[in-house]
Design a protein around this ligand. Structure first.
Ligand SMILES: [Zn+2]
Length: 425
C-alpha cells in the first residue's frame, strides 16, 4: 500500500482531515518509523483508543496466546529488558523504551511510547496494550491508552532477566542488549546528523563468538581508547545488509579488566540458517561449488568508481580506460541453501594458481579473457570449500564477501580425488 492509501484509510477511520494525516505519516516514515507503528501512534494522537483493532474490549491473555490478530490485550509479565532509544517525531526527539516481556508461557517484544519507568525484573500488568504485527510475530505497544501497574508479587519465568548476549547471537531488531567486547577497529568520523555536523565512532567489536561492526553515536572515550568494554543497553540495526551494534546516548559503557579471546568460539552455520538470519557479519559456511558465475575471472573496473565495466563502458562514467582486476563469484550449496561467494583479487589469484599478469598473458594468448574464468571453473567446481566472511542478503540473493576460502579437508570426494592423484601421479 502506498503512503497515500494508508493516509486515506486513517483519515476515514478517524474522521479527520486527510492532508493533516498525510503530513504526519510522512514525518514519521521519514524518520524510519515502520508504517504500522506510525499508524498506531496517529490513531492515539487523534483519539482512537482501539489501537487499530476491532474495537472490542481487551481480554487478559497469556503471552503465548497473543496473535497479531488481537487488537489489544491485557497482559501480565516480567520485564526482561528495557532499552531507551530516541526517535524523531514531527521534528521533535522522543524517547521510547523497547524490550521483551515474559510470563510462564513465553516472551514478546514491546515498545513503550510513554515513560512508564520500566526496569528489568519488574513484574507488570499492562491493561489495553495494543498488538501489532512485526515480521509475522505479535508485538506489544504500550501507549497513552495503556494502564500500567507494577505488581508486588513477582512472576516466575524461564527467561533470563537482562539482555546479556554474545555477538554471534545478535540479530537485527534486538534491543537493550548487554555485551562484553574487545574494540578491534575504531575510527572517528564527522557526519551530517539530525542536528548538523556531529562526530561518531565506527568500527568493529569482537568477542569469543565472533565480530560485528558498530556505530557509537556519542563517542565514548572507553571505546575510542580501545581495549575491552562492557556495553549495556545497545541495540542492533541493519547496515549494508549485516547487523550492526548501535551504542547510543542511553547506552552505558564501562572499561573492562579482562582480556577477550576474539573469535575462539566462532561456530559455522548451515547455509540455509545463515541466509535466514538476513545477514551475518563474520560467519563460516561450507558447501560444494556448483558453478562459477559470469563476471568472474579477468574483469575490468572503472578507474573513477571502481565498479565492474563491460567493453570499456561505465554506466556512470561512460567511456573509460578500465583497470584490470580478478574476482570470482562462485555458487556454493550445502543442501540447505545457496550463496554466492565473492573472492577478491588475492583469493582469486590463489584459486587460479597465478597472478594477474599470468591471467593477462593467458587471455592474450587465447585472444579471449574468458579462458581465465574457465581455468578457475575447472579448478573449483564440484569441490567442497569452507568459507569465512560477511554474509549479506538482498533482493538478488545472498552473498558472502569471503575473507578465507579453503578446500575442506574432511570432504570424502576431495579426499578421493587426492588419493587418485597420488595413485596416478
Ligand atoms: Zn565509473
Amino acid at each position: 500500500m502506498e503512503l497515500d492509501d494508508h493516509a486515506e484509510d486513517l483519515a476515514s477511520d478517524l474522521g479527520v482531515d486527510k492532508e493533516e494525516v498525510t503530513s504526519d505519516l510522512q514525518n514519521l516514515v521519514e524518520y524510519s518509523v515502520p508504517i504500522d507503528e506510525a499508524k498506531q501512534s496517529l490513531r492515539r494522537k487523534y483519539g482512537d483508543g482501539s489501537s487499530g483493532g476491532g474495537g472490542t474490549k481487551p481480554s487478559a491473555k497469556d503471552i503465548a496466546e497473543i496473535t497479531p490478530e488481537d487488537g489489544s490485550v491485557t497482559v501480565s509479565g516480567v520485564v526482561l529488558t528495557a532499552g531507551k532509544r530516541s526517535i524523531r517525531y514531527q521534528g521533535e526527539d522522543h524517547v521510547i523504551v523497547e524490550g521483551r516481556l515474559a510470563d510462564e508461557t513465553g516472551a514478546i517484544d514491546y515498545t513503550a511510547w510513554e515513560d512508564f519507568g520500566l526496569s528489568p525484573g519488574d513484574t507488570i500488568t499492562a491493561g489495553n496494550a495494543g498488538v501489532r504485527e512485526w515480521d509475522g510475530d505479535p508485538e506489544l505497544n504500550l501507549g497513552e491508552s495503556t494502564s500500567l501497574s507494577f505488581e508486588e508479587e513477582s512472576l516466575e519465568v524461564h527467561h533470563d532477566i537482562g539482555g546479556d548476549a554474545q555477538l554471534a547471537a545478535l540479530r537485527t531488531g534486538d534491543r537493550a542488549v548487554t555485551i562484553e567486547v574487545a574494540v578491534l577497529e575504531c575510527e572517528r568520523k564527522t557526519i551530517d546528523g539530525r542536528d548538523g555536523e556531529t562526530d561518531i565512532l565506527s568500527g568493529v567489536f569482537g568477542d569469543e563468538s565472533g565480530r560485528l561492526p558498530f556505530t557509537n553515536w556519542e563517542p565514548a572515550p572507553e571505546i575510542e581508547d580501545g581495549g575491552t568494554v562492557r556495553i549495556e543497553n545497545a541495540y542492533v540495526q541493519e547496515f549494508r545488509g549485516v547487523p550492526e551494534v548501535n551504542v547510543s546516548e542511553f547506552s552505558t559503557v564501562t572499561g573492562l579488566d579482562r582480556a577477550i579471546d576474539v573469535g575462539s568460539d566462532t561456530s559455522s552455520m548451515e547455509v540455509g540458517e545463515a541466509v535466514r538470519t538476513g545477514g551475518v557479519y563474520d560467519v563460516e559456511v561450507s558447501g560444494n561449488v556448483l558453478a562459477v558465475r559470469e563476471g568472474s575471472g579477468l574483469i575490468q573496473r572503472c578507474p573513477e568508481c571502481y565498479r565492474v565495466i563491460q567493453k570499456g563502458q561505465c554506466r556512470t562514467h561512460g567511456d573509460v580506460d578500465g583497470i584490470d582486476d580478478m574476482r570470482v563469484k562462485a555458487i556454493l550449496d550445502d543442501g540447505t541453501g545457496t550463496v554466492t561467494v565473492v573472492l577478491d583479487d588475492e583469493l582469486t589469484e590463489r584459486v587460479y594458481g597465478g597472478t594477474l599478469d599470468d591471467a593477462l598473458e593467458q587471455a592474450r594468448e587465447a585472444m579471449d579473457q574468458e579462458v581465465v574464468a574457465d581455468t578457475i571453473r575447472d579448478r573449483i567446481v564440484g569441490r567442497e570449500y569452507r568459507v569465512r566472511g560477511h554474509l549479506s542478503v538482498d533482493e538478488y540473493g545472498a552473498n558472502v564477501d569471503a575473507q578465507t576460502f579453503e578446500e575442506s579437508d574432511d570432504d570424502p570426494a576431495s579426499r578421493a580425488t587426492a588419493v587418485l592423484e597420488e595413485v596416478n601421479g
